[in-house]
Ligand binder design. Sequence first.
Ligand code: FAD
Length: 470
Amino acid sequence: AAAGEESDVVVLGGGPGGYVAAIKAAQLGLKTTCIEKRGTLGGTCLNVGCIPSKALLHSSHMYHEAKTSFAHHGVKISNLEVDLPAMMAQKDKAVAGLTKGIEGLFKKNKVTYVKGFGKLASPSEVSVDLIDGGSTVVKGKNIIIATGSDVKSLPGITIDEKKVVSSTGALCLSEIPKKLVVIGAGYIGLEMGSVWNRLGSEVTVVEFAPDIVPSMDGEVRKQFQRMLEKQKFKFMLKTKVVGCDTSGDGVKLTLEPAAGGDQTILEADVVLVSAGRTPFTSGIGLETIGVETDKAGRILVDKRFMTNVKGVYAIGDAIPGPMLAHKAEEDGVACVEFIAGKEGHVDYDTVPGVVYTHPEVASVGKTEEQVKALGIAYRVGKFPLLANSRAKAIDDAEGLVKVVAEKETDKILGVHIMAPNAGEIIHEAVLALQYGASSEDVARTCHAHPTVSEALKEACLQTFSKAIHI
Ligand code: FAD
């Protein structure tokens, strides 16, 4: 839309929720404008989340493999060193290329891109403070709020992005810390902890809950924790951080057992606070037009992603549900389909989750604990990677595949994979769940040999019959 012209759809925020919604809206023939305050598109995910973290995970994995595994594979290397600035530069290049790519997609699809901070002024108007100075009002028949989420600190801890960092700071440390303490054992803490652990930091993870990644299947989680401990991660579970002193050279954290008790001090060079994220929904004019949020600040929407204000929608991290880029994208597409008068649909029961450590841990559907709690009679099929020929051939055989299926019908209810490339393998399971497949359906599907994917086939076989290779 040209300046001053009314759009059919105005998207506030250019993250994976917002930019995908904008492109889809334009593809459906709607005149679309997207407002982004950051100066680059792609949101948290591309700029300070999924993409830079995966870049560093890959680079640090290569170094770690070279250091610990190459010799065993008969590859000799000497004078191995980390060039941290070069590693950061490769990450930055990947990010810059991808964010520019979205600008290109906006041009191709004729999405108008407004760079600035937008605030809802009415149910059909967003006032924008432009990055380059001045302000404007963008008008739209429909407005989609896709403002995403932001890092969250803890009481008594100030993030300075130098000694006490959020995930954003942990993606661009200028030196490898000797001691890194990670507060919060969720996937972001474990991924960033892995990066620095591989590069040589001593990593201690402090977690209030009794378990790491609480949403994970219990049995897989136990193996996962053991595997991280083998990689020299230290865990302090059921522990809370009650103080943080940055006055000296490093950081001194005061810890206390979650149930109360004697305090201890834990020293670190750098502390990463990764205790969750908070929806970015204040200061954007929600009060002005009366959009309802819950106590956590998440915008409440109906099945069509509409808020309580007609014509105003919300998607992604700003609404309830898993804070994941692919979930935000699905929300964005479905929301725009509704706006265009079509049917939209997101199946929240089949949103996969991946922890990009090594090996990766990926899951879809229900955990065994969830199935049990629902009182559903079920069977479990498991296959260890140690019995998978490809995993053995490449000497990367830590992990397992676990399938939970309904006893009566054999329908797959959940799949949990800890394996190299589990984040790729999981999609076969996602598709199986999407189509209501039984474990026999997957077991009778021909899988290429030798692949790690065969472990999924064997776990499915094991669910209703017997695996061949164990
Ligand atoms: P965001 O990506 O947060 O985008 C919102 C955008 O809106 C931002 O660019 C913001 O600047 C802009 N904005 C906000 N308010 C305004 C305003 N008033 N005016 C203009 N613009 C505004 N998810 C995965 O699925 N896989 C991963 O591997 C993964 N890794 C992650 C690693 C890290 C370190 C982090 C922090 C997150 C990771 N995530 C991952 C989560 C993922 O980044 C988010 O779920 C996803 O970005 C949410 O998309 P969104 O579009 O809802 O919001």
